[in-house]
Design a protein around this ligand. Structure first.
Ligand SMILES: Nc1ncnc2c1ncn2[C@@H]1O[C@H](COP(=O)(O)OP(=O)(O)O)[C@@H](O)[C@H]1O
Ligand SMILES: [Mg+2]
Length: 432
């Protein structure tokens, strides 16, 4: 419309639009990468803050408050400087755009008058020039709004991409399309030539593992730290699937089952007992629809937890704080063991779950397990004493099986086992 009134003046409008566009492009090119950088700094700031808060006691015990504070300060300051830089650029947008707009208006009047477009007697009415200025300001106003939106896009884009990364992450453990029913479970667990590599890792953590854990028996794993014990038993509840080979329940690949159906039969006790906010009873009956106090009490008894529970004011109704920080490490471990027992599973997995128990309690617990539990028991232990009586001991060494057998057999056949045993047991205990 402006062009119809005056092609000459329209050129000025076009020029200012182009100037604005160039200005915006430069801005986005400068600002976009900065946003990603700032996002990374915010991550880092969160990380150090979280680390400091959760490791508060270690920080204090090692008297590293100042060092840690300085680390946090360095990240915080960098985040601040980057943000200030970006905000300065952003804050320059309105004045610059305003300036361009006002200059354009002034130029329009100037050119109109100096070129005689409006003069006494010309066909061009003063009203027309006002109209052009109005059009110009409306057009430029809209460019300013577009700019505002454009400046928000990079920030939103960076955040959105990170959310999408999480949403789009592949589910690595999938249920089969045509699952087999899990029925009449006997509880025989078999590893059939299992090799496992962590996603993104170069080397296999487990290689060619074949073994059987029978129902009614205790199958124990021993080996140095990092030999792959936890990794191996974590394949049973399908925290990961084997890279090669199969894990079988009663002869069927566990990937043939729906996880819901299958996991009902697994009682898992992690290395570090995790408790949830609630009561002692709610933690023991965790995952059950109703809290059956008979089962809760019986489980606590086998787990050797009765003594300390009954000393508490409210006994089974005693509160557990978030993360179970109001009970000791050994108590937490016994409660996680009771939790697995209350589920009455067919297969028990204890990942070094007896390590925080004194030897007496460890022994009582193992004896009680043998008496009351008829299931497949798979356990990892550090102490030879905890596994000496196991029906089958598997020695792991750097992800390979270095021997399978009973204590007596392994003492003769496995050098690795003999070394571990000799380093732990006194001579007479060995002979016993
Ligand atoms: N989530 C993981 N990602 C990558 N590597 C891991 C992971 N967990 C353990 N590992 C590696 O696998 C090896 C075996 O670890 P793990 O099974 O925990 O040993 P163990 O329980 O016998 O001490 C170690 O070398 C460890 O660094
Ligand atoms: Mg481990």
């Amino acid at each position: 419309m402006a062009y119809a009134l005056s092609p000459n003046l329209t050129v000025f409008l076009a020029i200012s639009v182009v100037v604005i566009l160039i200005f915006l492009t430069i801005l986005l090119v400068i600002v976009m990468p900065k946003f990603k950088f700032i996002q990374r700094l915010i991550d880092k700031l969160n990380l150090v803050t979280r680390e400091n808060l959760s490791g508060l006691r270690v920080v204090r015990a090692y008297n590293t408050q100042i060092v840690q504070a300085n680390k946090t300060k360095a990240v915080a300051e960098e985040t601040m400087h980057r943000n200030v830089f970006v905000q300065r650029i952003f804050n320059s947008i309105w004045p610059v755009l305003g300036l361009i707009m006002q200059l354009t208006t002034a130029m329009l009047y100037y050119v109109a008058v100096s070129q005689g477009i409006i003069s006494v007697g010309s066909a061009f009415e003063p009203g027309d020039i006002s109209a052009i200025v109005q059009y110009a300001s409306q057009a430029l106003m809209n460019f300013m709004f577009i700019t505002m939106i454009l400046t928000m896009i990079p920030r939103a884009a960076v955040s959105a991409r990170r959310i999408m990364d999480v949403i789009d992450a592949d589910i690595i453990i999938e249920d089969p399309k045509n699952p087999l029913p899990v029925e009449n479970v006997v509880g025989r667990i078999e590893f059939d030539n299992v090799t496992f590599k962590y996603p993104d890792a170069d080397e296999a953590v487990l290689s060619n593992i074949s073994l059987v854990a029978n129902p009614g028996e205790v199958t124990a794993f021993i080996g140095s730290t990092g030999s792959g014990k936890s990794t191996l038993i974590n394949l049973i509840p399908r925290f990961y699937d084997p890279t090669e080979g199969r894990v079988l329940l009663d002869g069927v690949d566990i990937r043939e089952f729906r996880q819901d159906d299958y996991l009902k039969y697994i009682g898992y006790v992690p290395q570090k007992g995790n408790l949830f906010k609630g009561t002692i009873a709610s933690n023991i009956a965790f995952g059950q629809e109703t809290i059956d106090m008979d089962i809760v009490k019986k489980s606590a008894e086998i787990a050797q937890a009765t003594n300390f529970i009954e000393e508490l004011d409210k006994a089974y109704d005693a509160p557990i704080t978030q993360g179970g920080t109001n009970v000791s490490g050994g108590q937490r471990q016994r409660l996680s063991i009771a939790r697995a027992l209350a589920k009455e599973p067919k297969i028990y997995i204890f990942d070094d779950s007896f390590s925080a128990l004194d030897y007496q309690t460890d022994l009582k617990l193992r004896t009680a397990l043998r008496q009351h539990v008829d299931a497949t028991i798979i356990l990892v232990a550090q102490r030879i004493n905890s596994i000496k009586n196991a029906d089958k001991i598997v020695v792991l060494d750097k992800g390979l099986i270095a021997g399978i057998g009973t204590h007596e057999e392994l003492m003769k056949t496995s050098q690795v086992y003999k070394e571990i045993a000799e380093s732990q047991l006194s001579q007479e205990e060995l002979l016993r």
